[in-house]
Write a protein that binds this ligand. Sequence first.
Ligand code: ZN
Length: 425
Amino acid sequence: MTGAEMRALIADLYPICRSITGEGLRETLRRIAKLVPLEIREVPSGTPVLDWTVPREWNIRDAFVADSSGKRVVDFRASNLHVLNYSTPVRARMPLAELRPHLHTLPDHPDWVPYRTSYYAEAWGFCAAQRVVDALTPGDYDVVIDSTLEPGALSYGELVLPGATADEVLVSCHACHPSLANDNLSGIAVAVALARGLLALPARRFTYRFLFIPGTIGSITWLATHADVVPRIRHGLVLSCVGDAGGFTYKRSRRGDAPVDRAVAHALRHVGAPYTLRDFVPYGYDERQYCSPGFDLPVGCLMRTPNGEYPEYHTSADDLSLVQAGALEGSLALLRSVVAVLEGDGRYLNLSPEGEPQLGRRGLYGATGGAARLPGFELALLWVLSFSDGRHSLLDIAERAGLPFPAIRAAADALAGAKLLGEAP
Ligand code: ZN
């Protein structure tokens, strides 16, 4: 998928009113399922999951605040952000003073509408621009939230791409935010594009599992119901906020030195764009659940500008104008580099370790008119031969040599082809 195609997917999903449960989430998953063979799973409300319970299903048809003339001054139809996500139903007439505590605004950004939720405490409310609220005159207002909270199911999407081994790479992104583009329709779009690329590969070493889940309760539900899969997860990434113009931010797994942490750090060093590496902190996205001590999975989080660190975060200004096709493409390219490391890493043995083998004789070194080689190819041959003692992996060697992983991998392939390199036991 191109950056423009990813952006088009974001535009398609943007208007849907998603939440942690309900038809908006389900419709989102159905649309993703048109692009990749996603399974949509439903877990009934009331199901115990770890220390939590799958909540009731929230659905909404309409919501508004209308003045005494009947004019809608806050209108869910204009933007689904206008309703406090997961609001209980309400139908009442009340004076402004009584309504006021239920109106959420952003005084510092008086034209923006905040995104607020009330998943685990029963409440109703509206979100509006400060300017709109300031303009309300005293008097009675009609307040309607036509929502339901009823037993139903928590929906999530799961896509498994089998590989040569049962060892798995987990890619997870939340799909519960309503009309917000970077957080996290960008993660969904890049995950779909990555999955399509992996589907097109003739062979995969790892099995890849993509999850499109409601934040927190989705990963908890998945973890609670996949005890058999959890031990097979070798590497994992949470994707979020990957469509803005900022540099990359990678938040390491709780372990801090998991192979995925090293693979992402290596890919970032060679990406040619600004980036920041951060240690794990126990807030953020679903990495909190995957990395909780009872699971301690090797799952990091890839972002551009992190959650809470751009002014548009969780507001109506996190709209389509914030996500750029080029940024989405760059995020996808970085993930492909990470996948190339994970797929291609391994330990080898130099089969001619006493002195340097004569590479020129084998057409590997200084050959004129040979096939085009990656830059640094001859240097990479020497590095791979020197450190292929069974202890150093190709990623170790790439790091030590300061060369991009593909150059080291290509050198290893050429040496194996010349029978100078064998897999370490
Ligand atoms: Zn968020």
